[in-house]
Design a protein around this ligand. Structure first.
Ligand code: ARG
Length: 471
């Protein structure tokens, strides 16, 4: 490692340099070097604005902007010598710039502090990352919709309390996750809107005496607005916390689906089998095929939610304005983003390639009296108060359970006896009422699982997710 001690940005008032341990705990370069692109973009925009405002000469600004371009290329070519004693990405870039262009580099930091600089960098990073996250969310939605389209007629048990409840379409079940993801995307867009507020120009905390034009910097960098209060601008990390919440909820949604995939791929359910590419074997039990990818998605939820809590805890109790605690904001943001995008990227092909055992699903619908509600509804539709109908259907279930048969397999006479005293038609009507496919297709209430509803929802999803002219 080079000896960079003389290059610190703040040596003037210090007699001796920091303790080795201080240097270690103070250095964030291992984490924030990831902000190099945003840092350089932000500095170039700042220099250009300073020149427009005649704070900087055009010649110095040109040198700075070109020099920063070279620093960027060096970083991308792996030529930057990273060093803990240069603390962070801002110092590395500026120190290297000085080596390249000389004294003019010292003017770049005019009317700026690392406090508004780092806040700008992280916001830019979140804005960039947010776009990629949205693409990953779209990929996940598309994978769900494609499998749903293939299974527009596959029926399966719908569950409450993880007990078989009523038959639903598999497509309907998968579309529930598509809905969650629309909300995730809306939340993301909303969060990105608030992230896109430029803090640059707040300087250390109080603003600056130089005549700045932050609005033009905002325009150049793609921010939608400029900060109102300098103290807030340098200390606000709400956008990062919101981004972490968005990521956490995405991950929680993925985890719920992952849990279902784990259950469904068990022998107990047998509803799906995952492709070998997303499973692993056991080192001792030769027959095993474990749904590891789904388990990992579920497991990684712990760290993503942990990242959110981590940042909230950093923020809690911070007096205004900037405090070094804020340096701890980046690691959770990067970690959660990496984890969630990886999980989205793995979930999409895991779903696309899984084998759906439609027969097993249908078989499961036939066991567990999923049509008991149909019997009650059938009677209620003929004027029997629902509570009475419910009681009759309950008794029918008990009788069928005793006889180890289904409701359909009970005899006409059994149903007649159960309905004694009620003015109802049984016969063919009842048979049809108990049929699970008909039961599904009767659920035509808005958002219900009827085939016609689901077909319409699929069409709508296809229109939204594959707009004209999109790839
Ligand atoms: N590395 C610092 C961070 O991430 C940059 C800001 C440092 N500001 C300061 N006054 N020491 O927060």
């Amino acid at each position: 490692m080079a000896d960079d001690k003389g290059k610190r940005l703040w040596g003037g008032r210090f007699g001796e340099g920091p303790h080795q341990l201080m240097e270690r705990i103070n250095a964030s370069i291992g984490v924030d070097r990831r902000l190099y692109l945003q840092d350089i973009r932000g500095s170039q925009a700042h220099a250009a604005m300073l020149a427009r405002q005649e704070v900087l000469s055009a010649r110095d600004a040109e040198k700075i902007i070109a020099g920063l371009e070279q620093v960027k290329q060096e970083i991308e070519a792996g030529k930057m010598a990273w060093s803990d004693s240069l603390e962070d990405i801002h110092t590395h870039v500026e120190v290297r710039l000085k080596e390249i262009i000389g004294e003019a580099a010292g003017r770049l930091h005019t009317a700026r502090s690392r406090n508004d600089q780092v806040a700008t960098d992280l916001r830019l990073w979140v804005m960039d990352a947010g776009r990629d996250l949205d693409s990953a969310l779209i990929g996940f939605q598309r994978a769900l919709v494609e499998v749903a389209e293939e299974h527009a007629a596959t029926i399966m048990p719908g569950y409450t309390h993880l007990q078989r409840a009523q038959p639903v379409l598999l497509a309907h079940h998968l579309l529930a996750y598509v809905e969650m993801t629309w909300r995730d995307r809306a939340r993301l867009a909303d969060c990105l809107g608030r992230a896109a507020v430029l803090p640059l120009g707040a300087a250390a905390l109080a603003g600056t005496s130089f005549d700045l034009d932050p609005a033009s910097v905002a325009d150049e960098l793609g921010f939608g607005a400029v900060f109102n209060n300098s103290l807030d601008a340098v200390s606000d990390r709400d956008f990062a916390a919101e981004f972490l919440f968005v990521l956490s909820l995405v991950q929680v949604h993925l985890s719920r689906l992952a849990e279902e995939l784990v259950l469904w791929s068990s022998q107990e359910f047998g509803f799906i089998s995952l492709s070998d590419a997303f499973a692993t074997g056991s080192s001792i039990m030769p027959q095993k095929k474990n749904p590891d990818a789904a388990e990992l998605v579920r497991g990684k939820t712990g760290r993503v939610v942990g990242d959110l809590i981590s940042l909230l805890t950093v923020l809690k109790g911070l007096p205004l304005a900037y405090n070094k605690d804020l340096q701890e904001d980046k690691e959770p943001v990067f970690d959660a983003y990496d984890t969630v995008t990886d999980c989205l990227l793995v979930m999409a092909p895991m779903i696309s390639t899984m084998h759906v055992n439609a027969q097993r699903m249908e078989l499961a619908v036939g066991h567990g009296f999923l049509n008991a509600t149909e019997l009650a509804d059938y009677l209620a539709a003929q004027g029997v108060p629902f509570r009475v109908a419910h009681e009759v259907a309950g008794k029918a279930v008990r009788l069928a359970e005793d006889r180890v048969c289904t409701l359909e397999e009970l005899g006409e006479e059994d149903h007649a006896r159960l309905c004694e005293g009620l003015e109802v038609e049984l016969g063919v009507g009842l048979k049809q009422a108990l049929d699970p496919v008909r039961a599904v297709n009767r659920r035509i209430s808005p958002g219900g699982t009827a085939r016609q509803n689901v077909e319409a929802a699929l069409k709508e999803a296809r229109k939204r997710l594959w707009p004209e002219g999109s790839a």
